[in-house]
Write a protein that binds this ligand. Structure first.
Ligand code: ADP
Ligand code: MG
Ligand code: MG
Ligand code: MG
Length: 400
């Protein structure tokens, strides 16, 4: 019998209190629920007398979607805490510390990162993060390499995949990224001025062919343990520090999916500069910063992944230079394709991004949305022909 029930603030305080080494024995604890409230509860618990604090995140057994409720497995809370622990092992310092987890109650107690800002919000406010490319390329290279067949004993990896079978959340991704945006689905949601643009997505056979290939890869290629939801809302950031949160979508999938998620969200922000930059000159500079960041992420990722491979590769045949080049090229192409799919779904699908949705003027918003769709569909259609990150950047720059 499960004890599971959604926590009250008082119960969250009780759980926080029982974590050793955080709070002083005397002072009172106070609690605020700070989650977005769609899938999970997030309690912030703090002690005024010591300044100590922590986070209790608890999964809810349903997702609230446009007034409806979808049942959603609580096992994703176990997946989230186990993924955080593995990510900390492979990429130390780049995720919140896990203090405690309780699979029955579907909760994780973790480090409070309120000293950071959510990167999406930070970017909207014009933030510049000089160490981000270095940090996120580290995170990507290390978590993905060490959970792939290149960096992990193959049998050990096969056993580990059992802990990350994540059918409910993979189904959400399959539907919302690889299906609904390309059909007239009820869950789609877009401004009425995009009706004709959406209908073009629904009838574009060349696009559907590439999306079907990407979907197949998402469903069948257990290349490495992915974060699975690596958008800029899953990244806490300051100028000095980067912390990746929220790996509840973690599963063994294609490496390019995580890299593409980061690129897509930087490109959506690029498109949103139609509004957030005050004039042409600052827009150009801001876009340059974003494309430089994309370039630095790819080059950093590629260099680090190859270094890890050369140093720790578990298979001699796999270290053949030609195979390594071929493998890295496929990751680049996959990243481009998945980035495109992730950009498209944020414009016409169920879940959007604030960078674009918060643009107040409908004409300016439409311009940003169409730019994101052009970049996204071009990346999808051309993904298998691309040979360098510079071509990906060129696709964005020539669309804008
Ligand atoms: P969800 O899976 O519901 O999206 P997240 O893990 O992304 O949940 O958390 C939702 C919000 O809660 C974040 O945007 C952030 O504001 C807050 N939050 C989550 N984890 C932490 C943390 N470790 N420290 C501080 N705030 C957090
Ligand atoms: Mg959320
Ligand atoms: Mg989240
Ligand atoms: Mg989440």
């Amino acid at each position: 019998m499960s004890n599971y029930h959604p926590l009250t603030e008082q119960e969250a305080i009780g759980i926080a209190r029982s974590v050793p080494g955080i709070f002083g024995p005397e002072g009172e604890l106070s609690c605020r629920e700070i989650g977005d409230g769609n899938l999970n509860l997030v309690f912030h618990i703090s002690q005024a007398s010591t300044g100590a604090s922590l986070i209790v995140k608890q999964a809810l057994p349903y997702a609230k979607v446009v007034g409806e409720s979808w049942p959603l497995s609580l096992d994703r809370a176990r997946i989230e805490s186990e993924a955080l622990i593995l990510e900390e092992r492979f990429a130390p310092g780049l995720v919140p510390k896990v203090y405690h987890s309780d699979n029955d109650m579907a909760l994780t107690v973790m480090e409070d990162l309120s000293s950071h800002v959510i990167m999406r919000q930070g970017l909207i406010e014009g933030g510049v993060y000089p160490l981000f490319a270095e940090h996120i390329s580290d995170f990507l290279a290390r978590t993905l390499f060490f959970t792939s067949d290149l960096g992990m004993n193959q049998q050990e990896k096969k056993l580990l995949t059992r802990s990350f079978v994540n059918p409910d959340l993979c189904k959400i991704t399959e539907d919302l990224i690889f299906d609904h945006p390309y059909t007239n689905a009820d869950t789609n949601s877009f401004d009425s001025h995009l009706q004709a643009d959406a209908e073009r997505l629904w009838s574009d056979q060349e696009l559907h062919f590439e999306v079907a290939r990407l979907r197949e890869k998402f469903l069948t290629q257990a290349q490495a343990l992915l974060h699975g939801d690596l958008h800029t809302g899953s990244i806490f950031i300051t100028e000095q520090s980067t912390k990746v949160i929220d790996p509840e979508f973690a599963y063994f999938g294609p490496i390019g999916f995580d890299i593409g998620a980061v690129f897509a969200n930087l490109l959506l922000h690029y498109a949103s500069q139609e509004h957030w930059s005050a004039d042409e000159a600052s827009r150009k500079a801001r876009r340059q910063y974003l494309t430089d960041t994309i370039g630095d992420i790819w080059h950093g990722f590629e260099r680090k992944f190859r270094e890890l491979w050369n140093e720790h590769g578990t298979d001699r045949i796999a270290r053949t230079a030609e195979y390594q080049d071929d493998y890295m090229l496929r990751l680049l192409q996959d990243a481009a394709g998945f980035a495109g799919a992730k950009a498209v779904r944020r414009i016409v699908g169920l879940a959007h991004v604030a960078d674009i949705d918060k643009i107040p003027d409908a004409d300016v918003r439409a311009k940003a949305q169409r730019l994101a769709l052009t970049i996204g569909t071009t990346l999808i259609k051309r993904n298998r022909q691309l040979t360098s990150i510079e071509e990906i950047i060129h696709i964005a720059d020539s669309a804008s």
